[in-house]
Write a protein of this length. Structure first.
Length: 313
């Protein structure tokens, strides 16, 4: 795995449009919350958390980030969009684009993702005329949204058709982000849980720097420090990891119940806390509301989302 280039591909789309079925068809190994096994997910029949699965595509080690499609889980979608390089947007052939289809496109463009594959799913349920109609509508939508590199694939996960074409299309459009392998390590945490006999494990994607076993790290804003006992990528142990790698990190000295999604694992003392930030605001063309002075908005800062007031200067 060390010789493969890591890439993260978001799996987006409206609820019940077939994201998890596509993830299951593509993936070789399931990671944290992969193919969502949360009891509420099983009860509601929907993905309620970020799911992570893996497959190898040519010289890429692909982490597939399966984001929820339900309206009340949009924060998890934003959290997932912060770590991806490209995306697959699923659109069901029998329904066409829906509300969350548009919301997910807005999020992707806000994260400066401009390449994606549109997977028109459930093609076994409709005729070719309906498939062509949905594709034509989506071509207009993604053009208006400003996406530069888009491929279309017709998929039936139920019949297993179109999956190879989906892989080939991903290979054509995927462009890994530039990775900051120098500097202090920085990783937003998406899950924290205990493993019997090992203690706390945190998972996430390293955004900057390198990490080695036995290295001292800090969890911010928690403020607790601990040594890295072990590092794994999809169940394979490794002595070190760097920017772009998705990893599980064993931190036996830190209580997992004190760690929240969006906390950062970092080099001790490398992050300072503040309640004020200078930012440059760029309005998404799909956002039609007016931005006013002292307006309160939800601000996504990495994985967490907080209330923020805009004060122009």
């Amino acid at each position: 795995m060390d010789k493969l280039t890591p890439v993260h591909i978001g799996l987006m789309g409206h609820i019940d449009h077939g994201k998890t079925a596509v993830a299951r068809a593509l993936s070789e190994k399931v990671s944290t919350a992969g193919l969502d096994k949360h009891p509420q997910a099983q009860q509601r029949g929907i993905t309620i958390d970020l799911g992570f699965t893996m497959f190898i595509l040519d010289h890429f080690l692909v982490t597939l980030v399966d984001a929820p499609g339900h309206a009340d889980l949009i924060r998890s979608v934003v959290a997932g969009a912060n770590i991806i390089d490209s995306a697959i947007l699923v659109v069901a052939a029998d329904e066409g684009p829906k509300l969350q289809t548009g919301e997910h496109l807005v999020i992707l463009r806000s994260m400066e993702i401009d390449s994606l594959v549109i997977a028109i799913t459930k093609t076994d349920l409709v005729n070719q005329e309906q498939i062509s109609k949905v594709e034509s509508r989506m071509k207009r939508i993604v053009h208006d949204a400003g996406f530069q590199k888009v491929a279309f694939v017709h998929v039936s996960a139920h019949r297993g058709t179109g999956i190879n074409n989906l892989r080939k299309s991903l290979l054509r459009i995927v462009i890994p982000r530039d990775r900051l392998r120098e500097g202090d390590v920085l990783m937003p945490i998406d899950h924290a849980f205990p493993i019997k006999g090992h203690g706390t494990v945190v998972t996430g994607t390293i955004l900057r720097g390198q990490l080695k076993t036995d290295e001292l790290v800090e969890i911010v804003p928690l403020g607790q420090k601990g040594k890295v006992r072990s590092i794994q990528t999809f169940s394979q142990s490794r002595s070190a990891a760097s920017a772009g790698d998705r990893v599980g990190i064993n931190l036996p000295e830190i209580d997992h119940t004190q760690i929240s999604r969006g906390d950062y694992l970092c080099a001790p003392g490398s992050i300072s806390k503040s309640d004020k930030m200078y930012i440059h605001v760029k309005t998404n063309p799909l956002y039609k509301a007016k931005i006013t002075k002292r307006m309160i908005l939800n601000a996504a800062i990495g994985m967490p989302m907080v209330n923020a007031r805009i004060i122009p200067y």
